[in-house]
Ligand binder design. Structure first.
Ligand code: NAD
Length: 543
């Protein structure tokens, strides 16, 4: 019976816990870290609510201590992916028909479980499996994920309220159906919250989902899946299938019932799937909605009036927190000649104090990069800069993979704004600085706007208000998330809806109503209260 208008209250952002020495949250997390480190887990596929363990497995390792194996996960093949498609299709009608407030309740409950009994478990899995420090893990796997769940439930309610006008004699209604097929979701390694959001946003809107997590984020993503199940998610609504990307493409993306694709990851992979969908277009039941948040080459641009202390703080935290592996991480900076000496001196002294190492040592700001492939890729960029006459490595540059995949916070000074590390995404703790002559501000703003294919995040630093106005305008399409006198990372759900355009994605802002609209398909219903019975129009009367 649905006989009342239910109301979800406007959510609050989940408060970030401090984890001070002696606090209960720190003690609980330490115990959980130890427990997870010494007791490897077997991670199954979860298809149609059933756990499936396969012989084909892969190891889950600590990036900062690659000899420590945290567990093994089953790797789905084509047979299991086909089962996932069938499970998602089988669950679809019942799930879509479930009253929206009941669907939303499952995810609101998941948020409360996450911030309660799952908090330490989720955070420890993210710290160990993705090499995040306590704070980075708390803001990702706990607070941001809880925010996604609570804010999306609220936004969905606000969307459902929107109705068309009805003139006298008619009642016009709009129904917000789910898509006519399942949603395929592929998530990246770097945020547990993104995986949770990629699957829960379409599911909340009534869709069923097939989820391929990243092979280097399986542990935290598995606990996200367990969390949803404990909160009451019915079988088959989200199907968890770690697998190879090509197999997912062959079975899931190629299926005629794929109605939506929710992706976060690199531009290359999204482009590949887009092409595949294009080639398949004649065989889909409906036009698949393609939503992708992709790569970035995020900038910090300083005006000569910038405050040096806050600029340097933003350069350091914006570029090196989570080892520069945030899609929003600053990786190029434009600094005026008049400030460079002061900026360089302060940056050198601040970076010298940064500690790198194991996630369990709370004095470390930085930990390891995600895996060997990434480590080698970052190292190759540093070596390229070292060998080039157009650049100089002025801070860091050291790489050591003997215990974990550690890369020092590295600053490259480039002699041209088009130097390779100024324009290509590296996805590691490497910041390239271009020092511009003060009188070439406009030309350098133009270079910042046009140098790369990306437009994800960017920050400007200036005290001069007219400069803020001019720079904001000059860079209006250079970033989907734009910061003034702040670092370009750390977007918060409900405060800065996240996403970029150009080569950085479709800009369907994660954690906002805009994103939810993509998983809904309206049906407009017109009902005539007393239908007409006369064919002729009044004007047809003879004079
Ligand atoms: P990635 O593109 O390598 O992988 C993302 C996902 O795609 C993984 O699950 C991976 O296994 C899968 N994949 C890889 N090849 C595939 C294929 N051929 N077919 C199907 N799936 C395939 O990205 P990553 O290394 O996990 O994450 C880093 C990238 O993600 C960076 O480019 C970063 O900028 C981007 N990112 C963007 C945002 C954003 O909001 N714009 C957020 C986080 C990460």
């Amino acid at each position: 019976m649905n006989n009342a208008y239910f109301q979800i209250r406007f959510p609050q952002n989940e408060p970030v816990k401090a984890y001070m020495p002696g606090s209960p949250e720190r003690a609980a997390l330490k115990a959980e870290l130890e427990a997870q480190r010494i007791a490897p887990v077997e991670v199954p596929l979860i298809i149609g609510g059933r756990e499936i363990f396969l012989e084909q497995t892969a190891d889950i390792v600590c990036p900062h201590d690659h000899r420590t194996v945290l567990g093994r996960y089953s790797v789905a093949g084509e047979k299991e992916l086909q089962l996932a498609v069938e499970a998602a299709e089988a669950a679809r009608a019942t799930w879509e028909a479930m009253p929206w407030e009941q669907r939303a309740t499952i995810f609101l409950k998941a948020a409360d479980l996450l911030t309660g009994k799952y908090r330490a478990k989720m955070s420890a899995a993210c710290m160990l499996g993705q090499s995040k420090n306590i704070y980075q893990s708390e803001i990702d796997s706990v607070c941001e994920l809880a925010d996604f769940l609570r804010f999306n439930a609220y936004y969905l309610q606000e969307i459902y309220k929107q109705q068309p006008i009805s003139p006298d004699g008619f009642w016009n209604r709009v129904e917000y159906r789910a898509l006519d097929g399942f949603v395929a979701a592929i998530s990246p390694f770097n945020f547990a919250a993104i995986g949770g959001n990629l699957v829960s946003a379409p599911a909340m809107a009534g869709n069923t989902v097939i989820w391929k997590p990243s092979s280097t984020a399986v542990l935290s993503n598995y606990y996200v899946m367990k969390l949803f199940m404990e909160a009451g998610l019915p079988a088959g609504v989200i199907n968890f299938v770690p697998c190879r990307g090509v197999d997912f493409g062959r079975v899931v993306i190629n299926d005629p019932h794929m109605a939506g694709f929710h992706f976060t990851g690199s531009t290359e992979v999204f482009n590949g799937i887009w092409k595949q969908v294009g080639a398949n277009i004649d065989k889909y039941v409906s036009y698949p909605r393609l939503v992708g948040e992709t790569g970035g080459k995020d900038f910090i641009f300083a005006h000569p009036s910038a405050d040096v202390e806050s600029l340097v703080c933003a350069m350091l935290l914006g570029s090196f927190e989570y080892q520069g592996q945030k899609c929003s991480a600053a990786s190029r900076a434009y600094i005026p000649q008049s400030l460079w000496e002061a900026v360089r001196a302060r940056l050198e002294s601040e970076v010298a104090q940064v500690r790198i190492g194991d996630v369990r040592d709370c004095t470390n700001l930085m930990n390891a990069v995600i895996d060997r492939k990434s480590f080698e890729n970052i190292r190759s960029y540093i070596e390229f800069a070292e060998a080039s006459s157009d650049a100089e490595v002025i801070i860091g540059g050291g790489c050591d993979d003997s215990v974990g995949y550690f890369v020092e916070p590295t600053v490259i000074l480039a002699r041209t704004p088009s130097f390779r590390t100024m324009v290509e995404e590296i996805f590691g703790p490497v910041l390239t600085v271009y020092v511009y002559p003060d009188e070439e501000l406009d030309a350098t703003l133009h270079a910042c706007d046009t140098a790369t294919r990306y437009a994800l995040t960017g920050a400007i630093f200036a005290q001069d208000r007219q400069a803020v106005v001019d720079m904001e305008r000059a860079l209006s399409h250079a970033a989907g998330n734009f910061y003034i006198n702040d670092k370009p990372t750390g977007a918060v759900v409900g405060q800065q809806p996240f996403g970029g355009s150009r080569g950085s994605g479709t800009n369907d802002k994660a954690g906002s109503a805009v994103n939810l609209y993509r998983w809904l398909s309206q049906r407009a219903i017109k009902e005539t209260l007393v239908p007409r019975t006369v064919v002729n129009y009044p004007y047809m009367t003879a004079e």
